[in-house]
Design a binder for this molecule. Structure first.
Ligand code: B12
Ligand code: SF4
Ligand code: SF4
Length: 569
C-alpha cells in the first residue's frame, strides 16, 4: 500500500496518480495544501512541494520525476510491453525529455501559473500570497498554451503516442497538465487541430487505443444498407435492433443537438491464435472478446471519464454509447478514420486488425473532423471462405440468423439443426472471420489487463461446464459477458459442443441433463445423446424419454430417432 501526499489540482500529483493507476497499485491519498508548509510535511519533503510518495519501510519519495523513476525501478520490469519508461536507451531519453517538457517547461509557463492564480490563491491566506487572481499572469500563461499545443499537435501527427508507439510517462505527463488546465477552461482546443490533440491524448491516457471525430450526418449509405438488412429479416429475433430504425440509421435523429461524434476503440487483440482451440473437441471455445471482463463496463467507465473531461473543458453537452444503444458504431468508426468495414462487416484497423471494441461519444461541441478510412480488403475474401455456416450472402453483408455468434449468444430457443454440426465446440460467439483476416499480422496483444483472457476461460473442459448449476454458472462467469445469456442457454451451447465432441465418454454428461428443469437444456441433451450413442441404444433411450416428456420441442428432439435415425445434422 502506498500513501500519496497530493493536491487534487496539482498537475504533478495528477501525473503520479495516473502512473500509479497504470501500475495498478493500491493507494491512500492525503490532501496536502503545500502553501501551509506543515511541519510534518516539510519533514517528508523540505522543498515543501507536492507530490510525495510514501512506500512502507522506505524514505519518502518527493517529486513527480523521482517518483516516476522509483516506480519504474521497482515495478517497471513486471509491466513488460506496457512499461512506462521503455527499456531501449534512445526511447528512455525521449520519454525523459518529454516528461521534462511537461513537468518543468509546461508547468512553469502554463499549468502552474493558471492553477495557482485560478485555484490555489482562493484557498491561500493573504500572507501566503492568496487573493484575487493576477490577470496579466493568466493572460501570459494562456498565450503560451497555443505554442505548446502546436508542438503536441505536431507530435501527435507523427507518432501513435507522444514518445513512440506505446503509452509512456510522456503521455501521462501531457494528460496530467492538459487536463488540469482544461478543467479551468483554458484549453482552446475546440477551435483548432492542434488543440484537438489534447482530446486525443486525454483519450489515450484513459486507455483508448484510437480516437477519431466525424459528422453526425456522415453515414447515409449505412442507413440504406441497414434498411435492406432489416427488410431481409437478417436480424432474426433481435427485435431491439429493428426497433426505431430511423434513430439507429441517423445519429441526428437519435440526438438532434449532436454536432460531432467522437469514435473510440480499445484493442483486445488475443495473445494466442483463436482458431487453435477449435481442434480440441473436448474443450469449449469462448470467443476472444468474452474471455476477459465485460468490455461494456470497462469502456463505459472510460467513455464517461472522457465525457466529463470534455464537459469540464468546453461546457459542451455529451452522451456516451457502447454497443447497446441505437448507434451504428462500425460505419461511424469508419467515417471517423478508425478503420474500414471489411467484407466480414466488422471494422478492420491497419494497426489493430479485427480486434477493436468500439464506443461513441456524441457532443454538441463542433470538433475538427478526421478523414474517413478507405477499404483495404482488395481481392481478399478469406473471411467469407472460412465461415462455417455460410453466413455471408455477399461480401459486406451478414445474415445474422446463420452466424454462430448470433446462434450461441442472441438466439434464445433451440439452435436450428442445420447449424449444429458446424458450430463444433464454439460455446460462446465465434472469431473465425475475424481471426483469419490478414490485417491481423500488424495487430498486437491488447494492453488492458481486465480484458485479457482468464486462464480458466481459454479452453474450459466441456464436462466440467456441463455440470454448472445456476449458482455455479454465475460464480464462474462473474463480470464476464458470458453471464448475460444465463445458465440454460449456456448449457444448451455446451451440449451442442458435447454432441460434436466424438467422445462417447461425454454421453454421461448429456444423460444427466435429460431431466433438467429447462426444456432448452433437455432438448439439447437429447441431441447430444443422438450424436454420441449407437442408433439402437438411442432409440431405446428416446422411447423411455418420450414416455415422460411433455414439452413439444423436446419431444421433437427425441423423435428424430424414429424419423431419421441417428447422427442427424
Ligand atoms: C447486432 C450486433 C451483432 C449481431 C449482428 C452483427 C452484424 N454484423 O450486424 C451478431 C450477434 C451476429 C454480432 C456478432 C458479432 N459481433 Co456484434 N454487434 C452488433 C451491434 C449491437 C449492432 C450492429 C449493427 O448495427 N448491425 C446491423 C448491420 C446492418 O450493420 P453493419 O454490420 O454495420 O452492416 C453494414 C454492412 O452490412 C454494409 N453493407 C450492407 N450491404 C452492403 C452492400 C455493399 C455493396 C457494401 C459496400 C456494404 C454493405 O453496410 C451496413 C451498414 O454499415 C454492434 C454494436 C453497435 N451498436 O454498433 C456490435 C458489434 C458490431 N459487434 C462486435 C463484435 C466484436 C462482434 C463479434 C466479433 C463477437 C463474437 N466474437 O462473437 C461477432 C462478429 C460477427 C460478424 N461477422 O459480424 C463489435 C465489432 C467491433 C468491430 N471492430 O467492428 C461491435 C461494434 C460491438 C462493440 N461496441 O465493439 N453482433
Ligand atoms: S462470426 Fe463465425 S459464424 Fe459469424 S460470420 Fe464470422 S465466421 Fe461466420
Ligand atoms: S479477411 Fe480479407 S476480405 Fe475479410 S475483412 Fe480481412 S482483408 Fe477484408
Amino acid at each position: 500500500m502506498f500513501t500519496l501526499f497530493h493536491h487534487p489540482f496539482c498537475p504533478h500529483s495528477r501525473f503520479v496518480r495516473l502512473a500509479l493507476g497504470e501500475y495498478g497499485l493500491d493507494l491512500r491519498l492525503v490532501d496536502e495544501r503545500a502553501w501551509e508548509r506543515r511541519e510534518a510535511f516539510l519533514a517528508l519533503n523540505p522543498a515543501g512541494t507536492t507530490p510525495v510518495l510514501i512506500s512502507e519501510g522506505r524514505p519518502a519519495i518527493p517529486g513527480a520525476g523521482i517518483i516516476a523513476e522509483y516506480l519504474d525501478e521497482t515495478h517497471g520490469a513486471a509491466m513488460k510491453q506496457r512499461r512506462l519508461l521503455p527499456s531501449a536507451m534512445g526511447e528512455r531519453i525521449e520519454v525523459r525529455r518529454l516528461m521534462a517538457w511537461f513537468n518543468e517547461k509546461f508547468f512553469e509557463e502554463v499549468s502552474n501559473p493558471l492553477v495557482t492564480e485560478r485555484i490555489y490563491k482562493r484557498f491561500m491566506s493573504e500572507q501566503d500570497g492568496g487573493g484575487a487572481p493576477a490577470m496579466d499572469v493568466i493572460r501570459a500563461a494562456k498565450a503560451n498554451v497555443r505554442y505548446h499545443l502546436a508542438y503536441i499537435g505536431w507530435l501527435a501527427q507523427t507518432r501513435n503516442f507522444l514518445a513512440g508507439d506505446q503509452l509512456t510517462y510522456a503521455d501521462l505527463a501531457a494528460a496530467a497538465h492538459l487536463s488540469a488546465i482544461d478543467y479551468l477552461g483554458d484549453v482552446p482546443w475546440v477551435e483548432d487541430e492542434a488543440a484537438k490533440a489534447a482530446l486525443v491524448h486525454e483519450a489515450r491516457a484513459l486507455g483508448f487505443d484510437c480516437v477519431g471525430v466525424t459528422d453526425p450526418g456522415a453515414i447515409a449509405d449505412a442507413a440504406k444498407h441497414f434498411r435492406n438488412f432489416l427488410d431481409a429479416g437478417a436480424h432474426g429475433d433481435m427485435d431491439w435492433l429493428a426497433a426505431h430504425p430511423e434513430r439507429r440509421a441517423d445519429p441526428r435523429v437519435l440526438w438532434a443537438g449532436a454536432r460531432s461524434v467522437i469514435m473510440l476503440g480499445v484493442n483486445y487483440g488475443p495473445d494466442e491464435n483463436p482458431l487453435a482451440i477449435l481442434e480440441q473437441r473436448t474443450r469449449g471455445a469462448i470467443s476472444v472478446y468474452a474471455q476477459g471482463d465485460d468490455y461494456h463496463d470497462l469502456i463505459k467507465k472510460r467513455l464517461k471519464a472522457l465525457a466529463r473531461w470534455l464537459v469540464a473543458t468546453s461546457g459542451a453537452e455529451v452522451k456516451v454509447f457502447v454497443d447497446t444503444a441505437a448507434v451504428m458504431e462500425k460505419p461511424l468508426a469508419q467515417a471517423a478514420g478508425l478503420g474500414w468495414q471489411g467484407k466480414h462487416t466488422n471494422l478492420v484497423s491497419r494497426e489493430f486488425g479485427s480486434w477493436l471494441f468500439l464506443g461513441a461519444i456524441f457532443t454538441t461541441a463542433d470538433l475538427p473532423r478526421d478523414e474517413s478510412e478507405v477499404d483495404h480488403c482488395g481481392s481478399c475474401q478469406a473471411c467469407l471462405d472460412i465461415c462455417p455456416t455460410a453466413a455471408f450472402p455477399a461480401p459486406y453483408q451478414l445474415d445474422a440468423r446463420r452466424c454462430i455468434s448470433y446462434l450461441t449468444i442472441e438466439s434464445k430457443g433451440p439452435i436450428p439443426h442445420e447449424f449444429r454440426k458446424a458450430i463444433g465446440n464454439r460455446i460462446y460467439g465465434c472469431d473465425d472471420c475475424l481471426a483469419i483476416c490478414p490485417w491481423n499480422k500488424f495487430a498486437q496483444a491488447g494492453r488492458e489487463a481486465k480484458l485479457a483472457a482468464r486462464d480458466e476461460l481459454r479452453a474450459p473442459d466441456l464436462a466440467e461446464l456441463a455440470r454448472l448449476d445456476d449458482a455455479a454458472f454465475r460464480a464462474r462467469f462473474t463480470k464476464s459477458p458470458v453471464k448475460r445469456i444465463g445458465r440454460d442457454r449456456f448449457i444448451r451451447n455446451v451440449l451442442i459442443a458435447i454432441g460434436n465432441s466424438n467422445d462417447k465418454g461425454f454421453s454421461v454428461e448429456a444423460e444427466r441433463l435429460v431431466d433438467d428443469d429447462s426444456a432448452l437444456v433437455r432438448g439439447a441433451a437429447a441431441w447430444a445423446l443422438s450424436q454420441l450413442t449407437e442408433p439402437e441404444e438411442f432409440a431405446a433411450r428416446a422411447a423411455k424419454a418420450l414416455g415422460v416428456e411433455l414439452d413439444e420441442t423436446v419431444r421433437a428432439e427425441w423423435q428424430v430417432a424414429d424419423n431419421v435415425g441417428n447422427h442427424t445434422s
